[in-house]
Structures are given as C-alpha cells and as structure tokens.
Design a protein around this ligand. Sequence first.
Ligand SMILES: [Mg+2]
Length: 377
Amino acid sequence: MGQKIARVKATALAVPVKFSQFGDDRVRPNSMCLAEVETEDGVIGHGLTSITQGTVIAKMINDVAGPAIIGADAMAHERVWQILYWTLTPWGQSGQGSHAMAAIALALWDIKGKALNEPIWKLIGGARDRVEAYATCGFSFFDHDQLADAAKTMVGKGYRALKMQVGRPGLDRRNATATLAEMIIEDVKRVGVMREAAGPDIELSVDAGCRLDLPTAVELARRLEPLSIACFEEPIMQNDVRLLADMRRRTTIPLSAGQNEGQAYRFRDMLVAGAVDIVQPNAVITGGMTQCLKIAGMAAAFNTPISNGGGCPYHNMHLQAGVANGTSIEYQLNSAVACQMIYDGLPEIEDGWLRLPEAPGLGFSPNGEAIAEFAVD
Ligand SMILES: [Mg+2]
C-alpha cells in the first residue's frame, strides 16, 4: 500500500500581523506551527496549530511525534491518533502535546480528502455548505475610538456578530496597572462603546480568555447583562468546571469554553456539570479533527452546540460545517489575517457567511514563499 506515512516535517512560523487599518502601529507576531505529512505514493497533507509556542511544537513533531508514526497507514486516523496519544500525552497531559497531535491529525484529514477527492467537511458529515462567521475585532489593546472603528468596519463588511476581549489582564497581575474592580468599570465602558458602534441588532459576545476568578467574572457579567451580550467566553481561570457551573446559575449570559483544551474528558466534565451553553473544540488545537469529532458527538448527546473559539476559521470551517451541531466560525482579525498571509486558495467570507470549498482535503494549501519567509528556528 502506498498510503503509509513516509515523511513528517514541522515548521515553526512567526507571522507578523499588522493592525494599521485601525490606526494601530503595532505588529503582533503570530506563533504557529505547520505540519507536513507525505505518504509513500506522494500525497501531501498539511496541518496547523497556533496559540502556543510554534518552535516547541515543531521540535516535538520533528523529534518525537513524526518518527513515531512513520510507516503507519495515513488513512487510519484513529490508529495514528492512538500512537500520538500514547507517545505524547499518556498520563492525560493536555497542553502542547495536544497541539502537536492536532497539527498532525489535520494533515491526515487533508491527505484523506485528497486521496478520496472530497473536502473534509463532507467526509465528516456535510451538515451544511455555508457557515456564519463572527468577527473578533475588539482587542484589549485598542482604545475606545479604535473599538468603535473596528465594530463599524466589520458591520460594514456584513458581519452580524462581533466579539471583543474583556478581563485583561485579569488575574495575570504581572503587568497590571489597575485593580480588578477598576478593570470591570473600564470593561463595561468598552463593551458599551462596541454596542453603541455596532447597533442594537448585532450579536455581541465577550471573551475573558480564562483570566478571572468567580466573583470578578460574575460581577462583570452582571454589569454587562443590560448590554445584551450573546455569550461570555472563557470567563474563569483554567476553565474551572465547578466554578463555571456556579457562574452559569448566576448570570443570564450564555457561557462557552474549550478553545485550548487538549483532552475530550474536559468537555465531558463541562457537559455533565452543566458548566457551559456552547463548547468550543478547535481543530488546530484540541487534538485535531479526530478528537474534535468525538467532542462534537458528546455535545450533540447533551443537545449542546459547538462553536469556534481560538481563531483559525479556515481549518475550523470544516468542523463547523461538517457536523449537525456545528454553528459559526471565528473571523479573528489576528488569526485569520495570519492564515491569509501563509495560505493560497482560502475561501472568501461574504456578508458574514463563508461557502465551503469543493476542493479535496482542506481545500487550500500553504504558500511556499510565505512559509520560508516566516519560518523560525
Ligand atoms: Mg477565546
């Protein structure tokens, strides 16, 4: 059989995304890792991971995970996933091992799609051929004018749902310049600016990125409730399941979590505890498409939707479109633009909707020149 894995190569990337359109001159270096897997008969698949240290993941794949799967059947994604699990995370570790697994698992699904001449979203179920995109454009480093400008710009482009960052720096007190109480007051003002600029008909969500304790998160939610908030993403430190469940009983704002969780049991615990309204497995992080499908299935048994947090909308469009309880993708201005800088053939988002590609596999491929330009050791 020529479907055996013959070569695995990972490349760490630092992709410099600019925010100059909103009058911000800073450049955000986006740390990513691209995984390339080739079969004996020359089919090449690409996976990606992000929101981690790309150089660490690249070394993990090149030195440990890649050699462990050489010779395995590339189409046997469960078999390869088992090898990776027992190689990288056998004691239930989460974190960076799951990132490495995600990048490889995605590359295998890209190979499977190319071998079968079908796009991934169809292979995993083909629930819909269009997905809604929400725009994450309210960054913590924007001032009030930039927040309003970003909201108006994205609504002007047709987006019907926006997300913004709150709770920064929260419990990360290393560079804090205000108390948590002062941060709450300023956050309420900032969300008010976004709501005013977006108008009453736009869905507006907030995301604290796991940076708050329970009292702070509940108090912030209580003060944001009058602003009609669609969802509060990852309000509590470490996605503490017990505290999330407690918070969910104390606010009318729906809660979501899970973009950087590495193991499926964490989603099981959230669902059993009634801790969240939406779970957010990310195909480039949460053990890849292979494990995300299990998480989506679990969520379906709890009549709970999945959504995309953590960006990388073009990889996650396959998951969100493929399964029946999929919903939306996150057009995160930092992450989506980084993807646009390294890939060819990405689909366009029009009026806030993305039509899934018919091309096999992921339906897009890395640009060799860009990868060489942004590669780091
Ligand atoms: Mg998030």
